[in-house]
Design a protein around this ligand. Structure first.
Ligand SMILES: [Zn+2]
Length: 88
């Protein structure tokens, strides 16, 4: 019998709406760029389509140029978001 696994899970970096953003030097691509707050989110997938969230990790900053991800510094973490109050 042919058995075909159609479900699984997948990590995506979900952009935080009205999240923190910073303009700074990227250690990876070495240019000044905009960093946007993203949340690593794991999705349940069926036939490779993400259906719903399973799990989230702490927010990271994503370089808009090279799309590399970095942990926030203490100071950045203390910077309030404009209109986003969801706490994990
Ligand atoms: Zn970069």
């Amino acid at each position: 019998m042919f058995f075909f696994v159609a479900w699984g899970s997948k990590w995506k970096h979900k952009r935080v709406e009205n999240g923190r953003s910073f303009r700074k030097l990227c250690p990876a691509c070495r240019t000044y760029g905009d960093f946007q707050e993203v949340v690593p989110t794991r999705y349940f997938t069926l036939f490779w389509l993400p259906l719903f969230e399973i799990e989230r990790k702490q927010p990271l900053l994503e370089c808009s140029r090279c799309e590399e991800h970095f942990y926030m510094t203490e100071e950045e973490h203390r910077t309030p978001r404009e209109a986003f109050f969801e706490e994990a």
